[in-house]
Design a protein around this ligand. Structure first.
Ligand code: AMP
Length: 183
């Protein structure tokens, strides 16, 4: 199965991706994790991404697409994968379609919905380097302008499923399981 986990920063994508990855035995591909590891290793990509990530902006589509293309070509992605944090722009979504062959199309986009107040609270509690108040504000601005347009994009294709992310973690997982089971 090829799944996209979609939602604003702090909606619980990472936690739910781990759950889906374990239950379907498919890898969890987080572009945020891949970029953080590139920054940590001091690679060329990491150096280009570092400042942008620190400001809460989006790393260029070109860089992110090259990372994703390389990763999904690996053997462990043959039976599917969960994308977490990608695509984040309509251009990334269109390019992803081109990367996936006709027999390996996306099965679903799971959109985890959480109220903005709750998300801000969660991000402040999480206190990662890019979760400082002014950066959180920027991450939201970026999400609203660049990433939200993906909702109608996938709605039109009838592969978008809404999940109530305001519930307990276990209940969110249960709802995801139901959606995946019905596809
Ligand atoms: P995340 O852990 O998914 O919140 O990602 C952390 C940061 O990495 C984001 O704030 C962006 O700067 C960058 N990033 C992750 N995924 C993408 C993407 N698909 N496109 C552009 N930038 C990304």
């Amino acid at each position: 199965m090829r799944i996209i986990l979609f939602g604003p920063p702090g909606c619980g994508k990472g936690t739910q991706a781990t759950f889906i990855s374990d239950s379907l035995a498919i890898p969890h591909l987080s572009t945020g994790d891949m970029l953080r590891s590139a920054v940590g290793s001091g690679s060329e990509i990491g150096m280009k991404a570092k400042n942008i990530m620190e400001r809460g902006g989006l790393v260029s589509d070109e860089i992110v697409l090259s990372i994703v293309e390389e990763r999904i070509a690996k053997n462990d992605c043959e039976n599917g994968f969960i994308l977490d944090g990608f695509p984040r722009t309509v251009n990334q979504a269109e390019k992803l379609d081109l990367l996936l062959s006709n027999s390996h199309k996306l099965d679903c986009v799971l959109r985890i919905k959480v109220d903005e107040d709750e998300i801000i609270k969660r991000l402040i509690d999480r206190a990662r380097e890019d979760d400082k108040p002014e950066i959180i504000k920027n991450r939201f601005k970026t999400y609203n302008s660049e990433t939200q347009p993906l909702i109608p994009f996938y709605e039109e294709r009838k592969i978008l499923f809404n999940i109530n992310g305001m519930q307990k973690i276990e209940k969110v997982s249960e709802d995801i399981k139901k959606v995946i089971g019905a596809i």
